[in-house]
Structures are given as structure tokens and as C-alpha cells.
Design a protein around this ligand. Structure first.
Ligand code: ADP
Ligand code: MG
Length: 213
């Protein structure tokens, strides 16, 4: 743990740092130390770090810092490969956002009632965490608007490509306004990841960590 940077050394709100402390997060993991600063600066980031290295908080802290809770619009969209992962990411974001009482984080995943999701969307959300197919369905139906999006995250991008989601992801991206910060997180890199990075990102900062747990 020596030589690790503390969360308090980054330009985060006092409330965020206090909440992180309550969660038992005092020192940043390597991927967090390398990516949170650039994410706060609204840079596109392509990040590779192994499973369990704290990628959710790496993008989550940055994404949450750019949410204006007074604007009742979807400002961040996070895509995950499976329902379970989407639920886990939403849970972690809710923990990270505990001090922001009015923030609404909605999951849009397959296997749940579409009608119920329509109702939730009508009541507004600041952040949507979902699986590609269900998110695209809402976009096609017009029940989800991304007009005021400021960040877009592809979590576990390698797994989403392995699972054959590229068409759905392309479909979702066609609804995303220009100039949205795009963050690509993956446990591995291959040509396909680099290809989608080229397609979706602008001048991305590429980060690779080889942290030993
Ligand atoms: P990944 O997405 O890279 O597989 P996760 O984001 O799921 O990893 O994080 C793995 C675990 O590490 C989670 O239980 C999370 O709560 C914990 N964690 C993340 N960042 C920190 C930190 N800075 N300090 C302590 N625990 C952390
Ligand atoms: Mg993860």
C-alpha cells in the first residue's frame, strides 16, 4: 500500500472524499490514480486493468462529479455486458453518490418489465446503467433521450464484444451527441477494442495497468 495516492490528493469535492472514507476507500488503486484526474478533465480515456482493480469507482467518481442533480435529464449512460454487472455497477454508483441525496440512478436491463421501465424513465434519471439491447430498445421507442448526455461509458468492453453486442452498441452510439466524453474500460485489449476506440473516441488517453493485487 505504500506510495499510493490518497483520494484527498485529487480535485474531488470534500463530500465525495468524506463519503469515500466512509466506504473504506482511502487510497486509490492504480487504475483510479491514473484515470480519475483525466476523467475529471473530461478527456476520453481507454483503460485496461484487470478484474477487481476498482474500475467501477475509477469511472464512477468522474461521472458523478459531472452530474448536475438540478437538471432532470440523463447525463451519463453506462453500458455493461450483463444484467448482473449492470446491477452491480448501479449499486456501487449509489454508494459513491450517497451524499448526493437527489441523484437518481436507473438500471435498464433485459428481463425486467419494459412498461415499468417506461414509468421510471418518465420520472427522470440522471444516470442510466444498462445492457445494450434494452437501452437501444428505449432509444428506438423514444422513451430515453440522450440529448443532454455528458459522458458515455463502455464497461467491460472486451466482454461486450465477445458477447456479440457490437451492432447494439453501434445503434446506441448513433443516438449519442457529438462531444460526449467517452470512457472505455476493459480487462484486456485486442484489435477490436482499439477499433471501437478509434470509432467512438476522440484523442483518447490510453492507460494500461499491471497492478499486482
Ligand atoms: P473491476 O471493475 O476492476 O473488476 P470493481 O470496480 O468491481 O473492480 O472493484 C473491486 C472491489 O474493490 C470492489 O469490492 C470495490 O468496492 C473495491 N474497491 C474499489 N476501489 C477501492 C479503493 N480505492 N479502496 C478500497 N476498495 C476499493
Ligand atoms: Mg468491473
Amino acid at each position: 500500500m505504500q506510495n499510493r495516492e490518497k483520494f484527498s490528493s485529487v480535485n474531488l469535492s470534500k463530500k465525495m472524499v468524506e463519503n469515500l472514507q466512509k466506504l473504506g476507500y482511502e487510497y486509490m488503486t492504480e487504475i483510479q490514480a491514473q484515470s480519475i484526474g483525466p476523467i475529471l478533465e473530461k478527456q476520453d480515456v481507454l483503460a485496461k486493468a484487470k478484474t477487481g482493480s476498482g474500475k467501477t469507482a475509477a469511472f464512477g467518481i468522474g461521472v458523478l462529479s459531472h452530474i448536475d442533480v438540478k437538471r432532470f435529464r440523463v447525463q451519463s449512460l453506462i453500458l455493461c455486458p450483463t444484467r448482473e454487472l449492470a446491477q452491480q455497477v448501479a449499486k456501487e454508483l449509489r454508494n459513491l453518490a450517497k451524499f448526493q441525496h437527489n441523484i437518481k440512478i436507473l438500471t435498464l436491463i433485459g428481463g425486467e418489465s419494459f412498461g415499468k421501465q417506461l414509468g421510471s424513465l418518465a420520472h427522470h434519471a440522471h444516470i442510466v446503467v444498462g445492457t445494450p439491447g434494452r437501452v437501444l430498445k428505449h432509444l428506438n421507442k423514444g422513451s430515453l433521450s440522450l440529448d443532454e448526455l455528458n459522458s458515455f461509458v463502455l464497461d467491460e468492453a472486451d466482454r461486450m464484444l465477445d458477447m456479440g453486442f457490437i451492432e447494439e452498441i453501434d445503434g446506441v452510439v448513433s443516438y449519442i451527441p457529438q462531444k460526449v466524453q467517452t470512457l472505455l474500460f476493459s480487462a484486456t485489449y485486442d484489435d477490436e477494442i482499439l477499433e471501437i476506440s478509434k470509432k467512438y473516441q476522440v484523442d483518447p488517453l490510453s492507460i494500461t495497468t499491471e497492478e499486482q493485487e
